[in-house]
Ligand binder design. Structure first.
Ligand code: GSH
Length: 324
């Protein structure tokens, strides 16, 4: 894996020497918003009106951040309006690639590029930073709208309602004060927490990540004992943001990232909740375990140098969830 420095690709792993062994995630660099009328969103510049066929989404089926955007695309009926290209699960010295020799890896359906970094360079020839998925591309102005999944799911939640007629709302006004702090804790300790534990190169950095991770899973189990969903009886973006990490936990993070105090199936309420979300209409079709199992065990050679993909647990996601 590598990154761009002033438009030039450098094959570099995360530098954890300067941070006491701790993994620090880069800030996303493209933060514009698609809105119903093209007015500016909370960050960036305006000019990105919600229109059918105008935007293209680049994802990896391995990536939990990109997976959120695919789930919102499905929940909001955007499949016919926003096309998708999916990278190959192996992320090696050239970063994400558009090879097609893996089921579900589509190649670059817009430009026929070989590497995702070419998409970044097309938008900004002197781009610097990590080349990450997801990326939302504007075909009309030929630029990246956003590479921040948390923003993209909010755009998908409402911007295209006039195009699709789907007004389902996962960021309801009345619950925002409840959702935001739950998102913050789950982002830091769970979504990003598994990466901080897994990419740590010192015991101290690992310990600092793994304890808050399991404290949060215990706290979430408590919430789901009382409530059907994280904020009560209504499913919100907080649930979907957590789901993509939970989905990968037992097969990948438990082993590969050493998050092995408990498995998700050891938490009865969290496990039932996870099955309910998996069984939600349209969601199972967005789940590609072959991509995420292959990606993590095969791509991170500092974590798993021999690239052996372990046998993995038998998990039945279609078992009735009993959350009714
Ligand atoms: N904040 C970003 C994070 C995206 C991200 O880190 N994606 C990972 C894949 S799971 C990636 O593309 N990493 C490539 C790299 O760091 O070089 C978001 O949520 O959209």
């Amino acid at each position: 894996m590598g990154q761009l420095v002033d438009g030039v690709w450098k094959d570099e792993w995360y530098d954890t020497d300067s941070t006491g062994g701790a993994f620090k995630r880069d800030e996303s660099k493209f933060r514009n918003w698609v809105t119903a009328d093209g007015s500016a969103g909370p960050t960036g510049t305006g000019g990105f009106k919600a229109e059918s066929g105008r935007y293209h989404l680049y994802v990896s089926h391995a990536c939990p951040w990109a997976h959120r955007t695919l789930i919102f695309r499905a929940l909001k009926g955007l499949e016919d309006h926003i096309a998708v290209s999916a990278v190959h699960p192996d992320m090696l010295k050239d970063g994400w690639e558009f090879r097609t020799d893996f089921d579900g890896a589509t190649g670059d359906r817009q430009f026929g590029f070989a590497y995702l970094r070419e998409v970044y360079l097309k938008a900004k020839p002197d781009a610097s930073g990590r080349v990450t998925v997801p990326v939302l591309w504007d075909r009309q102005t030929d630029q990246i709208v956003s590479n921040e999944s948390a923003d993209i799911i909010r755009m998908f939640n409402s911007a295209f309602d006039g195009v699709t007629g789907n007004t389902d709302d996962y960021w309801p006004e009345a619950l925002r004060d409840r959702i935001a702090p739950i998102n913050d804790r789950i982002y830091d300790t769970v979504n990003n927490g598994v990466y901080k534990a897994g990419f740590a190169t010192s015991q101290e950095a690992y310990d600092k990540a793994v304890h808050p991770l399991f404290d949060s899973l215990d706290w979430i189990e408590g919430l789901l004992t009382k409530n059907r969903y994280l904020t009560g009886d209504r499913i919100t973006e907080a649930d979907w943001r957590l789901f993509t990490t939970v989905l990968r936990f037992d097969a990948v993070y438990h082993t590969h990232f050493k998050c092995n105090r408990r498995r998700i199936i050891d938490y009865p309420n969290l496990w039932g909740w996870a099955r309910e979300l998996y069984q939600w209409p349209g969601v199972a079709e967005t789940v590609h375990p072959d991509h995420f199992i292959r990606h993590y065990y095969y791509s991170h050679d500092t974590v798993n140098p021999h690239r052996i993909v372990p046998i993995g647990p038998d998990i039945d996601w279609s078992e009735p969830h009993g959350r009714g």
